[in-house]
Structure formats: structure tokens, C-alpha cells
Design a protein around this ligand. Structure first.
Ligand code: SF4
Length: 491
């Protein structure tokens, strides 16, 4: 396999040379354009699994943050990729959005063994969401025991509480299945599946449950509005433990557990899923050559000192220093020193006004920090600062980045975003001028040209191959007549 020497001075890699065996695990979350905490659970599980060292890398990808579902496969370093949707139940995202956006060529229910595809030289395995794995009944049990350590089959009932919805029949199935497994275990006097949004509703519990002690475990992905407000309100709870003196079945005490999705044992469930997806396959992947070449090219530049986007990286006694380019020359003691890639991620997640930054290439990276780190941490910090930027910019410099025109992006949208197909060219241009005007990226998808990149010494030259979900959401608002204007704070 040959390599092509570009005018940029780096080698543009082909594919296929075996370097060493590798495996990548990708966790997919929903993310949010609005709320910086939405991605936190995925970060946490990625960190826990990374610490166990079972995979060469653990990568995160999101529907509404970066790296996006469209980009995330490009960011994996190996040709063996297992993708786990970090969702509590099957539904629209796991069956429609994620496979479509990742280009898996699959739509609809995912079979128990998952879906395997070869995409651009990578073997990609896509699994069911973690919430439907049979071992989630252990997580429910662990939550129940935390809330009531001395629960007993004589006097304790268990309520597994799901969201339920009239739109997807699968979302309640898993709650019923877990309730049945736990009923069969004989560890509770009775086990009930109740729901917020469908029958049997959670508010009916005093008529249904006879035991004097009741443990309630929310089958929810995270702590939030439902677990903190809706459920306590519907059940009449006053905290972790609430005693009701005159229920139809007499005095009853309810022990309210934390949601299953935030339990650390979910990391084991994720690893089970990943192992099962690999099945009997014993061969791991290789280093992905194009990815490897992109990061080698980046490191070559970093060793000489490089400005890319709003970031400056400079070699410093065998290490590398990262800082905001506008803080160049500032004495170190005037800047906050960050020591880990996660520290860099957390500092730069919000702009200086405290607003969440779902698009990292918007020109609103906060100033006032520096990080000094070795090569491996530098790579991870840059992946957090500018997800997929090194890979896409390298591809652009090698003339292999293929833009996706707006019409194609719009046609692909479903659900509430299908509306963007109705956007006129004027509406699109107005929104793009506003949103993309604040972004470092150059819109190749709209026909703009980018002859040079930061690999050639032009710091702000970063390609945009495809409209991001932030822009799509803004176009939808425009079409719906709800857009107030102003890119960075309207989400
Ligand atoms: Fe930036 Fe616009 Fe591209 Fe989004 S669509 S990444 S805002 S240039």
C-alpha cells in the first residue's frame, strides 16, 4: 500500500499494514445542545472502563455533541470497534438515529447478537443498549439493597419503575422482563412493574402493593427531573424513606433507590455486552493507518510548536504545553494549571459566560488555563478540545475528506428534524451566517474552499464536511418560526 507525499510535507497514509493488535470501545450518548451535564454519565463510564485497561481506547460519541455520530468512527485508533449505545431501552435513537448517522446500513430492531459491518476498513459491531442486557436485573438488585440492606421475602415488595410510553412498545418490555426475573428469584414478597406514562401507573401503588416495606428502583438512565420530581410527587415521597400510616393496606414504608443507570455496576454490563458482541471472534484489529498517520502528522507539528484553532501547543522539556492562543506569552502563574486531559475537557466545556459548548470549534473557548503533559495525554486532551478535528483536517490536507451537501443532510433527517427539508436556501444561509459565522470551520458542505489547513501553518483553517446537529437544530427553529437569532446562546 503506497503513501502519497503532499505539498504539506506529511505522508498521506493508505490502509492495511499490520502494526499491532488493537481494540476500540465506543460509548454513544445522547448529549445536549443545551445542558453540559447530559454527557457526564458517558464520561464517567468511559473513565471507569478505561481504568480497567481491557481496551486500547474508550471513545465517546454523541448525537448532539462532538465527536458526533457522523464523526466518531473516524476518531477510533483501531480497525476493531465495538459500539455500545448508552441508553436504558431500545427505541428511536438506538434503532433509527444511531445506526443511520453512523452509516451502519441497518434500521429497526437490533438482533440480540448485534449488528456487524465493515466500514472504511474498520470492523464495527453495534450492540443493543446496555439497559436491555439481562444482567441489569443484578443492577436493580444492587440498587434495592443499597436502599434497604435488610430487605426480606417476608415483608418487602419491590417496584421496578419504568418511564413507559405509548410510542414504543419495547420501552416497557424490559421493565416487565426484569420484574419477572426478580420475582422468580424469590427475594421479595412481591415484585411490581409500574410506569410513569402508561398503565399500571406509579400512583396506583398503594392499592397494588401489600407488603409493609416497599423498595422502589427507578429504571432510568440518570438522575433528573423524573427521578427527582415526578416520581416522588406521583408516589407522595418525602425523601429516601417515607412512611405512610393510613394506606389501604395499612402502614407502609417506602425506600426510594437511586436510578439504575448511574450505578457503577453498569460498567460491567457494558463490558459483558462488548464481549458478547465480539462472540467467538478471537482476532483483534490493527492500528487504523489513516488515523495513525493523522496523529503522527499532528505530533510532528506539535514538536515544532503549533497553533491550531484557538489553541497553542509548544514543546517544553520533553513535554508539551497547551494553552489558549490568546494567552501566548502570559506568565504561567497567571493561568490555571490543568494536569489531566479530563481537566482540560472540564475547563473548556463552558465558555467564559458559563454556557455549554456543544460545538467545540465555535470561537468561544475560555482563556486562562494551561496544561503541561506527555504525548499520550496531549493526544487525549486535543481529542477533548477539538473532537475529530485532527482526523478531518488531515483528511482535507490529503484531499480525501468528502463533503456531504446540505440537501443530503436534510434528506436524512427524521422525527422532529424532518422539517429542515422545508428550509429555503435563504433561510439556510441566514442561519448558517449566524451560527457558522462564529465557527472556525470552513463550510465545505456549502461549497466553500479550504486550500490550506493548520497543517500548513494557517491556524484557523479547519474543514466542515457536513452540517453539524447544532446547525440542523437551528434551521429547524427557523423553519418553525421560533428562532430568536444569536448563535452561541440560543441553545
Ligand atoms: Fe461550525 Fe457551521 Fe460546521 Fe456547525 S455547520 S461545525 S457551526 S461550520
Amino acid at each position: 500500500m503506497g503513501s502519497v507525499q503532499q505539498q504539506t510535507g506529511h505522508s498521506c497514509a493508505g490502509r492495511g499494514t499490520r502494526v499491532r493488535l488493537m481494540r476500540s470501545l465506543v460509548l454513544i450518548g445522547h448529549g445536549s445542545h443545551l445542558n453540559g451535564e447530559s454527557a457526564a454519565a458517558v464520561y464517567r463510564y468511559a473513565e471507569m472502563i478505561r481504568a480497567r485497561g481491557l481496551y486500547d481506547e474508550v471513545v465517546e460519541g454523541y448525537w448532539k455533541e462532538e465527536p458526533s455520530l457522523r464523526q466518531v468512527l473516524k476518531t477510533t485508533a483501531s480497525t476493531d470497534v465495538t459500539v455500545i449505545p448508552m441508553f436504558i431501552s431500545e427505541g428511536y435513537f438506538t434503532e433509527t438515529v444511531i445506526p443511520r448517522e453512523m452509516g451502519l446500513g441497518h434500521q429497526g430492531p437490533v438482533p440480540p447478537e448485534g449488528v456487524a459491518r465493515v466500514l472504511g476498513g474498520r470492523t464495527v459491531r453495534y450492540t443493543l443498549p446496555y439497559g436491555v442486557h439481562p444482567s441489569m436485573s443484578d443492577v436493580i438488585l444492587a440498587r434495592a439493597h443499597e436502599a434497604l440492606p435488610d430487605s426480606s421475602p417476608e415483608d418487602t415488595a419491590l417496584i421496578v419503575l419504568g418511564h413507559g410510553t405509548t410510542r414504543n412498545e419495547n420501552s416497557n418490555k424490559i421493565v416487565y422482563q426484569n420484574a419477572e426475573v426478580l420475582r422468580q428469584s424469590g427475594q421479595f414478597a412481591s415484585v411490581h412493574a409500574l410506569f410513569l406514562d402508561e398503565d399500571p401507573k406509579v400512583g396506583t401503588w398503594p392499592e397494588m402493593v401489600k407488603a409493609p416495606r416497599v423498595v422502589v428502583v427507578p429504571f432510568f438512565a440518570s438522575e433528573g427531573w423524573h427521578t427527582l420530581e415526578t416520581i416522588p410527587e406521583d408516589m407522595g415521597l418525602e425523601g429516601a424513606v417515607t412512611t405512610f400510616v393510613d394506606n389501604p393496606n395499612g402502614q407502609q414504608t417506602v425506600y426510594y433507590a437511586k436510578p439504575v443507570g448511574t450505578h457503577s455496576a453498569v460498567a460491567d454490563v457494558i463490558l459483558h455486552l462488548a464481549e458478547e458482541a465480539a462472540g467467538s471472534s478471537t482476532s483483534d484489529g490493527d492500528t487504523e493507518r489513516v488515523h495513525d498517520a493523522a496523529w503522527n502528522a499532528f505530533m510532528d507539528r506539535a514538536r515544532q510548536g503549533l497553533r491550531f484553532g484557538e489553541v497553542l501547543v509548544q514543546p517544553e522539556s520533553g513535554m508539551f504545553e497547551l494553552r489558549h492562543a490568546l494567552d501566548e506569552g502570559k506568565p504561567g502563574h497567571e493561568l490555571q494549571t490543568l494536569v489531566t486531559p479530563e481537566g482540560v475537557r472540564d475547563f473548556t466545556r463552558r465558555d467564559e459566560g458559563g454556557h455549554h459548548r456543544p460545538v467545540h470549534t465555535l470561537r468561544n473557548m475560555p482563556r486562562g488555563w494551561r496544561a503541561v503533559m506527555g504525548q499520550a495525554d496531549l493526544v487525549r486532551a486535543v481529542q477533548y478540545l477539538y473532537p475529530a478535528v485532527i482526523e478531518e483536517t488531515y483528511a482535507q490536507s490529503c484531499h480525501t475528506l468528502r463533503p456531504t451537501p446540505w440537501a443530503t443532510t436534510a434528506r436524512r433527517q427524521t422525527g422532529i428534524y424532518a422539517k429542515v427539508q422545508k428550509a429555503t436556501p435563504e433561510q439556510l444561509e441566514e442561519v448558517a451566517a449566524d451560527v457558522c459565522g462564529g465557527c472556525l470551520r470552513t463550510r465545505l458542505w456549502a461549497g466553500e474552499k479550504l486550500p490550506q489547513t493548520f497543517f500548513d501553518g494557517v491556524p484557523g483553517a479547519i474543514p466542515c464536511a457536513e452540517a453539524c446537529t447544532f446547525l440542523v437544530a437551528e434551521v429547524r427553529e427557523e423553519v418553525a418560526g421560533k428562532r430568536g437569532g444569536g448563535a452561541s446562546h440560543s441553545h
